[in-house]
Design a protein around this ligand. Sequence first.
Ligand SMILES: C[S@@+](CC[C@H](N)C(=O)[O-])C[C@H]1O[C@@H](n2cnc3c(N)ncnc32)[C@H](O)[C@@H]1O
Length: 236
Amino acid sequence: MYSEAFCKVYNEFGWNYFPEAFGEQLLLWIEENHAVVRTSLDLACGTGVLCEILHAHGIQAAGMDLSEGMIAIARKRSPAIAYEVADMVSYRPQKSFDLVTCTGDALNHIISLANVAQIFHNVYGCLNPGGYFIFDLLNEKEVPPGEPIDLDFSDTVKAQFQITQDGSGLICLKTAVWENGKLQFEETIRETVHDREAVCALLEQAGFQLLQCSHQLSRQADGQAATWYVIAQKPQ
Ligand SMILES: C[S@@+](CC[C@H](N)C(=O)[O-])C[C@H]1O[C@@H](n2cnc3c(N)ncnc32)[C@H](O)[C@@H]1O
């Protein structure tokens, strides 16, 4: 679970470029594919950046996240967007949507594949016929364990990030923040790299048609990201 302090660092010090880049590619993909998207739900929406991008493009966007700290920031940033605190493994929204997204390796925070399968089942249940489920997945090349990275946010605020692997092979992202030399907080987030084929098989078992699993969402996207972008559709 993300602590309040970690959520603040997440919002203020720069992980927003993930949902911003995803949002840019997603809008291109919608345009290229003439996809009709009037309503959307972002699972594990974090601080709500992707919801804001979709909302600004006329889509009725909603978001949910397990972390109260993330949702508090999202609500403060955009009071017009509907946000909920919930666990996506058990979340069954009352409404249905044209698009469900889950980005920023949020599905890699779900360690058990049985829980991933449950999420796919839930998403299938809340999509309109023909609706899309679009998410990203970590590729293990993206997260090599390494030396700590030091960042100076200001003269007084310094942070350190380090990726390691624990005994069971989980990826551990340790974040520490100091202000005026005093440790403010330290937090370790654990994620796993799922087998891509296993995830695609689970989508099909849930009833989805797998449209794409590649390193780019849009054909127009720059370069080759290491992330997997997965696009699945609920049949009409
Ligand atoms: C790396 S952040 C990504 C946030 C956002 N999607 C983005 O791209 O900025 C992962 C998010 O997953 C959320 N999360 C983890 N497990 C969750 C769960 N079981 N249900 C809902 N949200 C969850 C965390 O609280 C966190 O906000």
